[in-house]
Design a protein around this ligand. Sequence first.
Ligand code: GP9
Ligand code: MN
Length: 706
Amino acid sequence: MNLKKKNKDKNNKFNIKAFMVDAKKQTIHFFKVVKKEHLITKYLKNNVLFLTFVITCLINSTMLRFFTMHTTENYLAFKPILADVSILIIVGSFGYLLKPKYRFIYYFIFDVFFTAICMINSIYYTFYTSFASVSMLSLTQYIGEVGDAVTENVFELKDLLYIIGPIILCFVHYKLKKRDYYAKIDLKKSRKKKALTTLVVGCILAVIFTVTLSSLEVGRFAKQWNREYIVMRFGIYIYQFNDAFVSLQPKINSMFGYDNAMKNFKEYYKDKQQEQSNEYTNIFEGKNVIVIHGESIQNNAINRKFNDVEVTPTLNRLTREGMYFSNFYSQVSVGTSSDAEFTFNTSLMPAQNGTVFVSYFDRKYYAIPQFLKDKGYYTFSMHGNNADFWNRRTMHKNLGYDKFYSKETYKVTKENTIGLGISDKEFFKQSIEKMKKLNNKGKPFYGLLITLTNHTPFSDTEKYGEFDVDIKNGGLTDKETGESIPSPYMEGTKLGNYFKSLHYADEALGEFIKALEDNGLMENTVFVLYGDHDARLPKKDYNRLFNYDAATDEIKTEEDEGYVNFDDYQYELNRKVPFIIWTPDMKGTKLNQEITNVMGMYDVMPTLGNMLGFSNKYALGHDIFNIKENNIVVFPNGNWVTNKVYYNSQKGQYLTLKEEAIDENYIKNNNKYTEKLLAVSDNIIVFDLFKKQEEQEKEKFSNEGE
Ligand code: GP9
Ligand code: MN
């Protein structure tokens, strides 16, 4: 028995050895043949067009990663290159099915297609620091209206570089045609066979790529919201194909997966603790409410001065006299203004694909205006822009506003227009007239006013009025006369123009509050203001803001004393917006306070609702006076912030905000919380779960009655 085994082992050993020798011989033979027959040169010669197509598209996709993520990731990483090559080879392989003279058309069409993907994403990234999504196509109708914002800010020379790809392809084709190449190339091999071999090579590379993927990468690919992460691992082409597929999901999703979504929804709310009452419960019950949706107002302007003049004197006064939430974040996604309105009013997160206001306007939501209507309020909204912008005409009705005063109800002229439309001063002036005539029949009112002037690109500077953002007497002197001259500081920068624009918007706000008071509209009224989202200003401008040396007119570097680090994390933290609750008689009372715990737009409904005397059991945020320092603000891209940590889900890294060691479980648990919250929010929106839940409850009720 033992002897037998030994022989068997010996045979095995012999076989493996023989196999190795054979394989070595075969390989040497293969390379000899390759060398002798100049197979590589031959292959290159016979496949010039195909190779040009693959290489130009590969360069474009690599270039895109270079221009978009050069600060954070290695754009020459192996994975996205392998992914790009495999997809390009697979697509390119079908070109071989055509006769050589027709192949150029095929490769040209796809080269242009892939180039367009790179260009669009390059432009899109500059604007949104994210990659484009097919689900945004339904929003293109709005691009015309903010068109000046788009073209003025976004179109850069680097976005044009990608065109070189198709140009090279055309050039190569022209040269080949001149040499009569298409008639000469090897036609012995059948077209089908060549297409098949190329396809197989592409598929093998795709398989190699797939087996290198970690489960985290696969998971994120399926969810698709962590776009930067996906592009860095899967390349732009696979990202875009997957995006197109995922974007169709609102339609597909609402057909499948409902049962699971409903189950998770029920479990989520079964485990969720309901808000307790606190010292602020009902304090504003029955009062009128005026809410200002402050376009692009960022927190960093509060209390900022240039040459001793405040940028936002009105806001500063409100923060001093009212309840000021100084660590407040907007949670918008691609729906910007509309997402801010949505989350403010419903305490749900924006949609993962598309925009609630545009793609999911027909779902059931529990919103602040509806709750107040139930309490006997008259509700209205006012905005000087086109009613169909962000689909507000439809969506405001759904949220429960009795009346929407839009552009058609305002007198908009060339003279009273700044930037995107009617100036804030004129808007407020005309709004006061409307408010004086409100048809509320003695009911308390709830009104939302959406401002417009402080909208990117902040280029209508001559209309904002005087506000210098330089530094007078900063130490600079005229070389010839020796006289003191102002240091330019923020003059001529986009951030500088933003401060000018905001100074104007703040002045308009001050005039509005005065007019409200003069007309008795502030009596028994609570004034609420939120910045809808950050102003998307360049990082380099902030670097200038914090590191400018007025005496030398230079920007400090890391080596210089007093240098302030402004990295990606600082940029994110700096996106804070103000949230203020103010009444004229609040000053000096217990309500006059600054709340420094982190808070998100989704915490407004529970916090303000408690003060106004209603509560929404489906709110995803919290009453800040109950949750206090334990709050967490979740962002649509999976990032989150607490008092202790800012977590970046793209990088899987975090910044500690307190001098306190962070336990890995803290990160894990908050990540889990974030994923669950984002999923349940999206399920509510996509599957219309509030409506379904109500239907089920009604059915149950009627069955019990029988
Ligand atoms: C348009 C205004 C701006 O009416 O609300 O929207 P935004 O571009 O900020 O989403
Ligand atoms: Mn906005």
